[in-house]
Ligand binder design. Sequence first.
Ligand SMILES: [Zn+2]
Length: 269
Amino acid sequence: MFVVFAQHPNQSDLKEAVMQRRQALKLFAGLALCPLCAPTGFASESHWSYEGATGPEKWGGLDAADAACSAGGQQSPIDITAPISARQPPLRISWSKRPDTIVNNGHTIQLDFAEGDTLHMGDRRYALKQFHFHHPSEHLIEGKRFAMEAHFVHAGTDGLAVIGVLMVAGEPNAMFKKIVSTMPREEGSPVPADPAIDPGGLLPTQRAYCHYEGSLTTPPCSETVDWIVLTHPIEVDEDDIARFAKLYPMNARPVQNRDRRFILRSGPR
Ligand SMILES: [Zn+2]
């Protein structure tokens, strides 16, 4: 169904049109979910980089499958400014499983789950597939960039939900220390992850969040992501940030145009 705006569309027409487009994109992008499902997905997509001839400005033209990187209208990350306070479904994060493998895939350090835990957001259900790190943070809050950002990628029936956790230098975090101590220094195949690595140890106690509709921040940049960026950062040891940065001094995509997207902010809880 097409919505034609004769003159000025009202808000509900607009919202309906946006939702229809989004549903279509989610169906269309089903194939694009595969890189995130496969443990070695990123490694097989190593034609892109964070600078130079294959850097972010070029991603959209590197491969037909990556066209959304430049042609998309709902790209991530963004600078999160002036969010609208709204009643938002509480996040019910029930993570108890440990990641099976850890990999240095040439773009980041990533930990994968063969069978992941569950995230409930309202009546929607997602399974945790993997988490990985960016240095510096990809999302900004009111123009402020953070030292790092962790992304917890969950897959649902009609798209992805990614929880972004901002990271700042401060008190050491035992879980991040364990990851940095065991991460492969060289790019290669996944290896078994230390069984002591508990993803829950990387969550802040305050779970207030901002939600917006966006994309993967790496090729193919599919616009199938419900972003949940927690507004309270976690603290990690400055030395551990430096150890990660030694492998990946810069693996953050530049912020993208927000255009007319809403950002909804949950209340603190
Ligand atoms: Zn990411």
